[in-house]
Design a protein. Sequence first.
Length: 231
Amino acid sequence: MELTSISRYRILEKLGAGGMGEVYLAEDTKLGRKVALKLLAEELTQNRDRLSRFDQEAYAASALNHPNILTIYEMGDEGGRHYIATEYIDGMTLRKRMGGPPMELTEILDIAIQVTGALEEAHAAGIVHRDIKPENVMIRKNGHVKVLDFGLAKLTERTTAGEESGPRRLGDERLEILHPAVGAEGAQARERGEVSLGHPSFDQRRLGRVEADREHGSLCHRRPSYLSRSL
């Protein structure tokens, strides 16, 4: 049966789908504004790890207030359907932009500066994104950038000496989740003597790989570019 509404949100159109579920353009019938409505796939509602990752995306992003980080409006569930309502970004992903006309240096630097600002805000709050990639960076028509998907984020707290001491909790939720792909990458990084997944430098390295992807067309197996080394 076609989904027409959930909670106070009226479904307008489907924007996309992925391994975690589907994203819809919807209207908040109370406030009269457009939102992006992310729904967890029904078959994953009994998967504890996937449900935790879905919830964590809302917890981590809602703990931050920055113009380059997607704003979370609400999370909830209705009739067993878990959803996250966020601001709607009228634009395209960085991945799609990279597939278009060649990017000028000024545009590249502008995007990099905005993403770096978002990550700086997250790191200052003890949050490591851990999944920076072109698909998780949205660009509005006016060039404004938004960083999405904090589903793999790790929250850490620091000791008085400034050292990472372990996972933080927000309310009763432990905002850390082990994900196979991230875990494998982290293990390989440690074997190579590289930075750990829970360190802010991991995000910097990922951002450098985004730049390498733009230059070479491959996100993986590339040495960090000048961008990551300059952060």
